[in-house]
Design a protein around this ligand. Sequence first.
Ligand code: HQG
Length: 181
Amino acid sequence: MNEKETKRISKFLSLLLRHQPDKIGLTLDKNGWAFVEELISKSKKSGTWFSMEDLEFVVKTNDKQRFAFNEDKTKIRANQGHSLKNVEVLTEIKEPPTFLYHGTVAKFISSIKEKGLQKMSRQHVHLSADKETAIKVASRRGKPIILTIRTGEMYREKHPFFQSENGVWLTDQVPTKYIEF
Ligand code: HQG
């Protein structure tokens, strides 16, 4: 499979496993798992053909490790990024480092100053441990502005944090008082 094809399948998987499994009539359980066989056959019916080997390649080589198989590779899910209301991938609360970073763009700053960081259409606010990742995330929207979040302090003040399989830090919201603009 070439890079273009790999990316196309990865995008298709993101759509199905995070946002719209209904698109091909796929069922996700409450922890976000879909049966691999069902995914392959229903994708094929909808016009997107890939084999188990293709799927393994996409999961293994994905730049952000967006997807994971269960142990016997009968099921697959997205590690984070869901917008589906009835799917919860993360359960264990974890203590974050003293600071984490969030990349955004200028047009959102006044609203963030007023309301703090909100999860918008996703299930969580996404934060990263390094500035480089935050810059990449923000660059999707324009010129990056990197906010430093006092996450150690948030955690001590009872805000729960989670970390996805692929290392992204997640929380429900970040009130303005913890954000260094
Ligand atoms: C902004 C990608 C106005 C926030 C990335 C962001 C990441 C506000 C946008 C992952 C706001 C939401 C997540 C407020 C937050 N007022 N704007 N109060 N609070 N915002 O895409 O963090 O490729 O939902 O700054 O790499 O950009 O999908 O979140 O700009 O890891 O795997 O509202 O998505 O990963 O945008 O990105 P998003 P995000 P994948």
